[in-house]
Design a protein around this ligand. Structure first.
Ligand SMILES: Nc1ncnc2c1ncn2[C@@H]1O[C@H](COP(=O)(O)OP(=O)(O)O)[C@@H](O)[C@H]1O
Ligand SMILES: [Mg+2]
Length: 295
């Protein structure tokens, strides 16, 4: 595969039908010490390549290593063994730390921990200000980012008065105002109600499809993972399964053994098949279920 070696960081191109890798994780080991002083591995030598523009969902039971992996993607953590390369930059290159942080935007679970300013626009401006961008340009970036997440009319609002979904969209706007190429979201919908979750998912899908951002979306909602190009399943610090959502979610028994759910329509299909109704494998959403039941 060709490396992106042209011009400014973040620039990638497509050679023939082959997209360039923007994230390359190779034999990554993350070690930590328990309070008793015992060395343990949260990541046991995982490898993962993600291509420019790809939408990857990461699922796995609690403690499987998802957040640890996320933190390695923007050098919040550094490998004990193996390496992580972002757009050609090894995350252990100290001098390029801020390039990596600018290129990989992170959104976490709790929006209240990510919003700091007294108005929405000040909050979104915080990242670009830290990058030393001139004020006129910052104003433009703030406007564009808020428009991207559908909150341009909320500029002057106080973030703490917004709904959970809106807060999380402000957090996303704050990250995309720094013009990253990659967005890593660590369970961004875990604390939201169904409306908030839909708002955030629509925003993330839009950023992927319309703005071409590469997405790494960690979630325990299987109906969110269905939107990905690829689903990565983690267990005890390893990647144990990987593939298109239809491929992964048709392996219901294995997912159950990994203590994971399947998407609601996959679950319904399984129950209907058990009660004698003939249905094709790989049903992921309501439309596909309706088509299968009344072709
Ligand atoms: N610095 C640390 N100290 C103690 N335990 C840690 C540390 N880093 C990771 N772990 C452990 O590693 C495992 C993976 O954690 P994490 O990446 O947060 O999992 P997930 O996000 O999938 O729930 C967990 O069992 C966690 O307790
Ligand atoms: Mg986690």
């Amino acid at each position: 595969m060709l490396e992106a070696k042209f011009g400014f960081p973040g620039f990638c191109f497509r050679a023939g039908s082959e997209w360039l890798k923007v994230i390359e994780v190779k034999d990554l080991v993350h070690q930590y010490k328990t309070p008793q002083g015992e060395a343990k591995k949260a990541l046991q030598g995982i490898s993962l390549t993600i291509k420019e523009g790809e939408f990857v969902a990461v699922i796995g039971h609690n403690g499987s290593g998802k957040s640890t992996l996320a933190k390695h993607l923007n050098a919040l953590l550094l490998p004990h063994q193996g390496k992580v390369v972002i757009n050609g930059i090894d995350t252990s290159t100290q001098e390029r730390l801020w390039d990596i942080r600018q290129q990989v935007g992170m959104v976490f679970q709790n929006p209240d921990n990510q919003l700091i300013a007294t108005t929405v626009e000040e909050d979104v401006a915080f990242g670009p200000e830290n990058l030393g961008i001139p004020p006129v340009k910052i104003r433009q970036l703030v406007d564009e980012s808020l428009e991207c997440v559908g909150l341009d009319e909320f500029k002057a609002r106080a973030p703490h008065l917004l709904s959970g979904g809106q807060k999380q969209r402000v957090a996303i706007a704050g990250v995309i105002a720094m013009k990253p190429r990659i967005l890593v979201l660590d369970e961004p919908t875990a604390m939201l109600d169904p409306i908030g979750r839909k708002e955030v998912m629509d925003t993330v899908i839009g950023l992927n499809k319309e703005e071409g951002l590469t997405i790494v979306h960690i979630t325990h909602f299987m109906e969110e993972a269905v939107f990905a190009d690829r689903v990565v399943v983690m267990e005890e610090g390893n990647i144990v399964m990987e593939g298109e959502p239809r491929q992964v979610f048709s392996q219901v028994d294995i997912l159950r053994k990994l203590r994971l759910d399947v998407p609601p329509m996959t679950e319904l299909r399984e129950r209907l098949v058990q009660s004698g109704i003939k249905l094709p494998p790989g049903i992921l959403n309501v439309e596909e279920m309706v088509m299968a039941l009344c072709p």
